[in-house]
Design a binder for this molecule. Structure first.
Ligand SMILES: NC(=O)c1ccc[n+]([C@@H]2O[C@H](COP(=O)([O-])OP(=O)(O)OC[C@H]3O[C@@H](n4cnc5c(N)ncnc54)[C@H](O)[C@@H]3O)[C@@H](O)[C@H]2O)c1
Length: 328
């Protein structure tokens, strides 16, 4: 029975939460990961097929087993700044290795593919909230790698019968509500974990880039979406494809958005500690406001984010940060 799900990148932040999410629902799954940025202990006992997704033999072994009906693909490099300095690393892993994965799926008749895309495909927004049909003009190699993969999916659908969903996450945030997993990027570049590291003492000072943006408090506004809600969306996307639903891209965000100052205030409220902050100039390529129009995920997939309150997202992330900092 090919009803199992292969979670590629299941040792990473979002993938490990997905693996837990599937296990809690007794859905059969296995992880493919090379632990280039992931963690073995994040698997929490899930089955591991260890290897690099660029390796055809590893892929043939995994996908040739006939067990898998769906691949959820979380594995990529994710540091925007690094992608500017080392585009070759990003095109090789995020694009070429994804093509190797899709080719192996085609060879072995594995038809369902759920891809971790990103709001980075849009680039500088012309309007917010951003709908899926907004122009896609990524402003860095990382965003371009995500768009390149999205653009080749319809060709694989036509030729090999691939059914796909590209889930464009805005800012993934939060942690397992039960405290077993959380965000562990090194280096960390995301605001919520950095603000909380500044609270725990693992980071001396949080740098805020720009306080002169055209927003109510002068800092950038981003759309934070809880990692458990992302997991819900993946499962709903799979059900949508199984029911013969249209292969397409979906934005995943709460549609609201919080400013950097609001996040810092939430970190202070939740942790009861003062994060030290330094203000610096705006970074090139940043946008003032990035907020999703996620109407399609709600109406087509029936997605309903459960953890959309900023303090809940920050509280779950703080429980994890306390663990990492040895405070829990
Ligand atoms: N974190 C966010 O806010 C965010 C936002 C938008 C999109 N995304 C996308 O979501 C996905 C997951 O992000 P994350 O934050 O969990 O990243 P992560 O770095 O924590 O996880 C990536 C996982 O993939 C594995 N991996 C990478 N290359 C591999 C390879 N060649 N072979 C096998 N395993 C490999 C890593 O070891 C790691 O376990 C990525 O595709 C990312 O682009 C993340």
């Amino acid at each position: 029975m090919s009803n199992s799900i292969l979670v590629v990148g299941g040792g990473g932040y979002i993938g490990s939460h997905m693996v837990r999410h599937l296990a809690e629902r007794s859905l059969p799954a296995a992880v493919l990961d090379d632990f280039s940025t992931g963690y073995r202990d994040a698997l929490l006992g899930a089955e591991l097929l260890e290897g690099d997704l660029g390796d055809a033999a590893t892929l043939d072994r995994a996908l040739g087993s006939g067990r898998f009906g769906c691949v959820m693909h979380f594995a990529s490099f994710i540091q925007v700044g690094e992608s500017v300095g080392q585009p070759a690393k990003y095109y090789a892993n995020n694009v070429a290795n994804t093509i190797a994965l899709l080719n192996a799926m085609a060879r072995h008749g594995v038809r369902r593919f759920i891809f971790s895309s990103s709001a980075a495909v849009y680039g500088e927004p012309e309007r917010v909230p951003i709908p899926e049909d907004h122009p896609t003009r990524p402003v860095n190699p990382y965003g371009r790698t995500k768009l390149m993969v999205e653009e080749l999916l319809p060709d694989y659908a036509r030729a090999y019968g691939l059914q796909w969903a590209a889930l464009r996450y805005f800012n993934a945030a939060g942690a397992d509500p039960a405290g077993r997993l959380g965000e562990r990027h090194e280096p960390e570049t995301h605001l919520i974990p950095l603000a909380l590291r500044a609270c725990s003492g693992r980071l001396a000072k949080l740098t805020v880039f720009g306080e002169d943006w055209p927003t109510p408090d002068g800092t950038c506004i981003r759309d934070y979406v809880h990692v458990s809600d992302l997991c819900d969306a993946h499962l709903l996307a799979l059900r949508h494809l199984e029911a013969g639903g249209e292969s397409r891209a979906f934005n995943l965000g709460n549609g609201g958005g919080f400013s950097v100052r609001q996040v810092i205030d939430a970190a202070r409220r939740v942790s009861g500690r003062e994060p030290a902050c330094a203000f610096a100039a705006r970074r090139p390529g940043d946008a003032a406001v990035l907020v999703a129009d996620a109407t399609a995920a709600r109406t087509v997939l029936g997605w309903k984010p459960r953890f959309d309150a900023l303090d809940t997202i920050v509280a779950h992330a703080w429980a994890w940060e306390k663990k990492m900092a040895g405070l829990a």
